[in-house]
Ligand binder design. Structure first.
Ligand code: AMP
Length: 215
Protein backbone atom coordinates (compact mmCIF):
# COMPACT_ATOMS: atom_id res chain seq x y z
CA UNK A 1 0.00 0.00 0.00
CA UNK A 2 1.23 3.49 -0.85
CA UNK A 3 -0.18 6.21 1.38
CA UNK A 4 0.41 9.92 1.39
CA UNK A 5 -0.36 12.06 4.45
CA UNK A 6 -0.99 15.64 3.47
CA UNK A 7 -1.55 18.64 5.74
CA UNK A 8 -0.02 21.68 7.40
CA UNK A 9 2.76 21.50 9.98
CA UNK A 10 1.28 20.51 13.34
CA UNK A 11 -1.69 18.63 11.83
CA UNK A 12 -0.53 15.38 13.49
CA UNK A 13 0.56 13.52 10.33
CA UNK A 14 3.75 12.16 11.89
CA UNK A 15 2.12 11.15 15.19
CA UNK A 16 -0.72 9.32 13.44
CA UNK A 17 1.69 7.76 10.94
CA UNK A 18 3.87 6.30 13.70
CA UNK A 19 0.80 4.65 15.23
CA UNK A 20 -0.39 3.03 11.99
CA UNK A 21 2.73 1.80 10.17
CA UNK A 22 3.25 -1.22 12.39
CA UNK A 23 -0.21 -2.61 11.48
CA UNK A 24 0.33 -1.88 7.81
CA UNK A 25 3.92 -3.14 7.82
CA UNK A 26 5.21 -0.30 5.71
CA UNK A 27 7.86 2.32 6.56
CA UNK A 28 7.08 5.97 7.27
CA UNK A 29 9.09 8.23 4.96
CA UNK A 30 9.02 11.55 6.79
CA UNK A 31 11.09 14.00 4.77
CA UNK A 32 11.43 16.43 7.72
CA UNK A 33 12.90 13.62 9.88
CA UNK A 34 15.21 12.55 7.03
CA UNK A 35 16.50 16.12 6.71
CA UNK A 36 17.01 16.46 10.47
CA UNK A 37 19.13 13.28 10.43
CA UNK A 38 21.14 14.70 7.51
CA UNK A 39 21.72 17.92 9.48
CA UNK A 40 22.81 15.98 12.57
CA UNK A 41 25.29 13.98 10.46
CA UNK A 42 26.41 17.14 8.64
CA UNK A 43 26.00 15.50 5.23
CA UNK A 44 26.10 17.58 2.04
CA UNK A 45 22.27 17.49 1.92
CA UNK A 46 22.05 18.50 5.60
CA UNK A 47 24.37 21.45 5.08
CA UNK A 48 22.34 22.65 2.10
CA UNK A 49 18.93 22.13 3.79
CA UNK A 50 19.57 23.70 7.19
CA UNK A 51 19.25 27.37 6.26
CA UNK A 52 15.90 26.80 4.53
CA UNK A 53 14.53 24.78 7.45
CA UNK A 54 15.66 27.20 10.15
CA UNK A 55 13.88 30.03 8.36
CA UNK A 56 10.67 27.99 7.90
CA UNK A 57 11.09 27.84 4.10
CA UNK A 58 10.96 24.83 1.80
CA UNK A 59 14.10 22.97 0.74
CA UNK A 60 14.48 23.15 -3.09
CA UNK A 61 12.45 20.61 -5.08
CA UNK A 62 15.43 18.99 -6.83
CA UNK A 63 17.02 17.99 -3.51
CA UNK A 64 13.75 16.61 -2.15
CA UNK A 65 12.87 14.66 -5.28
CA UNK A 66 16.24 12.89 -5.41
CA UNK A 67 16.05 12.14 -1.67
CA UNK A 68 12.66 10.40 -2.10
CA UNK A 69 13.61 8.71 -5.36
CA UNK A 70 16.57 7.08 -3.68
CA UNK A 71 14.61 6.16 -0.53
CA UNK A 72 11.65 4.42 -2.21
CA UNK A 73 14.00 2.08 -4.06
CA UNK A 74 15.27 0.60 -0.80
CA UNK A 75 14.36 -2.94 0.18
CA UNK A 76 11.99 -2.01 3.04
CA UNK A 77 9.74 -0.11 0.60
CA UNK A 78 8.96 -3.14 -1.55
CA UNK A 79 5.49 -3.65 0.04
CA UNK A 80 4.68 0.04 0.01
CA UNK A 81 5.37 3.09 2.14
CA UNK A 82 3.75 6.07 3.83
CA UNK A 83 4.87 9.49 2.64
CA UNK A 84 4.72 12.12 5.40
CA UNK A 85 5.68 15.66 4.39
CA UNK A 86 6.26 14.95 0.70
CA UNK A 87 5.20 16.26 -1.82
CA UNK A 88 5.02 19.87 -0.61
CA UNK A 89 4.82 21.60 -4.00
CA UNK A 90 2.99 20.80 -7.25
CA UNK A 91 6.32 20.16 -9.08
CA UNK A 92 7.19 17.61 -6.32
CA UNK A 93 3.77 15.96 -6.82
CA UNK A 94 4.36 15.79 -10.58
CA UNK A 95 7.85 14.35 -10.10
CA UNK A 96 6.41 11.75 -7.70
CA UNK A 97 3.75 10.71 -10.22
CA UNK A 98 6.32 10.14 -12.97
CA UNK A 99 8.70 8.37 -10.60
CA UNK A 100 5.96 5.98 -9.40
CA UNK A 101 4.76 5.39 -12.94
CA UNK A 102 8.28 4.47 -14.04
CA UNK A 103 8.39 1.88 -11.21
CA UNK A 104 4.89 0.58 -12.10
CA UNK A 105 3.49 1.84 -8.77
CA UNK A 106 0.57 4.05 -7.78
CA UNK A 107 -0.74 5.89 -4.72
CA UNK A 108 -3.69 4.23 -2.95
CA UNK A 109 -4.88 7.14 -0.79
CA UNK A 110 -3.94 10.74 -0.11
CA UNK A 111 -5.24 11.60 3.36
CA UNK A 112 -5.66 15.33 3.90
CA UNK A 113 -5.46 16.29 7.62
CA UNK A 114 -7.79 19.22 8.41
CA UNK A 115 -7.02 21.42 11.45
CA UNK A 116 -7.61 25.17 11.81
CA UNK A 117 -4.77 27.68 12.10
CA UNK A 118 -5.32 28.57 15.81
CA UNK A 119 -5.10 24.92 16.82
CA UNK A 120 -1.98 24.39 14.66
CA UNK A 121 -0.22 27.31 16.37
CA UNK A 122 -1.22 25.99 19.80
CA UNK A 123 0.03 22.47 18.95
CA UNK A 124 3.34 23.60 17.45
CA UNK A 125 4.16 26.06 20.20
CA UNK A 126 3.72 23.33 22.85
CA UNK A 127 5.35 20.52 20.89
CA UNK A 128 8.20 18.52 22.42
CA UNK A 129 10.11 15.97 20.35
CA UNK A 130 12.49 13.18 21.21
CA UNK A 131 15.92 13.96 19.76
CA UNK A 132 16.68 10.25 19.71
CA UNK A 133 13.66 8.54 18.04
CA UNK A 134 11.60 11.50 16.76
CA UNK A 135 8.48 10.73 18.86
CA UNK A 136 6.30 13.77 19.36
CA UNK A 137 4.57 15.01 22.55
CA UNK A 138 2.77 18.14 23.69
CA UNK A 139 3.43 19.89 26.98
CA UNK A 140 -0.26 19.94 27.98
CA UNK A 141 -2.30 17.84 25.48
CA UNK A 142 -0.02 14.81 25.28
CA UNK A 143 2.80 15.03 27.82
CA UNK A 144 5.27 12.16 28.16
CA UNK A 145 4.16 9.68 30.86
CA UNK A 146 7.30 10.40 32.89
CA UNK A 147 8.44 14.01 32.77
CA UNK A 148 11.55 14.50 30.63
CA UNK A 149 11.62 10.89 29.36
CA UNK A 150 10.49 9.63 25.95
CA UNK A 151 7.62 7.07 26.22
CA UNK A 152 8.82 5.25 23.10
CA UNK A 153 12.59 4.87 23.54
CA UNK A 154 13.33 5.99 27.13
CA UNK A 155 15.72 8.73 26.01
CA UNK A 156 16.07 11.86 28.15
CA UNK A 157 16.77 13.90 25.01
CA UNK A 158 13.35 15.65 24.84
CA UNK A 159 13.49 19.10 23.28
CA UNK A 160 11.78 21.78 21.22
CA UNK A 161 12.32 21.98 17.48
CA UNK A 162 14.08 25.22 16.53
CA UNK A 163 11.49 25.82 13.80
CA UNK A 164 8.60 25.55 16.33
CA UNK A 165 9.41 29.04 17.67
CA UNK A 166 6.40 31.32 17.22
CA UNK A 167 7.84 33.58 14.47
CA UNK A 168 9.07 30.61 12.40
CA UNK A 169 5.72 28.80 12.87
CA UNK A 170 3.94 31.75 11.20
CA UNK A 171 6.32 31.55 8.21
CA UNK A 172 5.81 27.76 7.93
CA UNK A 173 2.01 28.10 7.92
CA UNK A 174 2.18 30.87 5.30
CA UNK A 175 4.55 28.73 3.20
CA UNK A 176 2.06 25.88 3.46
CA UNK A 177 -0.84 28.05 2.28
CA UNK A 178 1.17 29.52 -0.59
CA UNK A 179 3.20 26.57 -1.90
CA UNK A 180 1.78 23.34 -0.48
CA UNK A 181 -2.02 23.86 -0.37
CA UNK A 182 -2.28 23.62 -4.22
CA UNK A 183 -1.02 20.01 -3.99
CA UNK A 184 -4.44 19.12 -2.53
CA UNK A 185 -6.13 20.19 -5.78
CA UNK A 186 -3.66 18.09 -7.75
CA UNK A 187 -4.79 14.92 -5.94
CA UNK A 188 -8.46 15.94 -5.81
CA UNK A 189 -8.47 16.10 -9.62
CA UNK A 190 -7.01 12.60 -9.71
CA UNK A 191 -9.68 11.18 -7.37
CA UNK A 192 -7.18 10.24 -4.65
CA UNK A 193 -7.98 12.77 -1.92
CA UNK A 194 -9.65 11.67 1.36
CA UNK A 195 -10.35 14.39 3.94
CA UNK A 196 -9.75 13.67 7.62
CA UNK A 197 -11.06 15.81 10.48
CA UNK A 198 -7.81 15.96 12.48
CA UNK A 199 -9.00 18.14 15.40
CA UNK A 200 -9.28 16.82 18.92
CA UNK A 201 -8.49 13.50 20.50
CA UNK A 202 -5.64 11.28 19.22
CA UNK A 203 -7.62 7.98 19.51
CA UNK A 204 -10.67 9.37 17.69
CA UNK A 205 -8.50 10.64 14.84
CA UNK A 206 -6.67 7.29 14.67
CA UNK A 207 -10.04 5.48 14.34
CA UNK A 208 -11.30 7.80 11.60
CA UNK A 209 -7.97 7.43 9.83
CA UNK A 210 -8.20 3.62 9.86
CA UNK A 211 -11.78 3.81 8.54
CA UNK A 212 -10.68 6.23 5.80
CA UNK A 213 -7.91 3.94 4.63
CA UNK A 214 -10.15 0.85 4.63
CA UNK A 215 -12.99 2.59 2.77
P1 AMP B 1 8.46 18.76 8.90
O1 AMP B 1 9.21 17.96 9.89
O2 AMP B 1 7.66 17.91 7.95
O3 AMP B 1 7.63 19.86 9.51
O4 AMP B 1 9.57 19.48 7.97
C1 AMP B 1 10.49 20.39 8.53
C2 AMP B 1 11.09 21.25 7.43
O5 AMP B 1 11.81 20.40 6.50
C3 AMP B 1 10.12 22.04 6.57
O6 AMP B 1 9.72 23.25 7.18
C4 AMP B 1 10.95 22.24 5.30
O7 AMP B 1 11.92 23.27 5.50
C5 AMP B 1 11.71 20.93 5.18
N1 AMP B 1 10.98 19.95 4.34
C6 AMP B 1 10.47 18.74 4.74
N2 AMP B 1 9.87 18.12 3.71
C7 AMP B 1 10.01 18.93 2.64
C8 AMP B 1 9.59 18.86 1.27
N3 AMP B 1 8.91 17.82 0.80
N4 AMP B 1 9.93 19.90 0.46
C9 AMP B 1 10.62 20.95 0.90
N5 AMP B 1 11.03 21.10 2.16
C10 AMP B 1 10.74 20.10 3.03
Amino acid sequence: MILLFFGPPGAGKGTQAKAIIEDLQIPQLATGDMLRVAIKKQTELGLKAQKFMDAGNLVPDALMVSLIQERIQQEDCKNGFLLDGFPRTVPQAEALSSMLESFGLKIDHVVSFKVDREELIERLSGRIICGNCGASFHETNRPPKKEGICDDCGSENLKRRPDDQRDVVGTRLDTFNRETAPVEGYYLERGLLRELDAKGDFEEIQNSLKATIKA
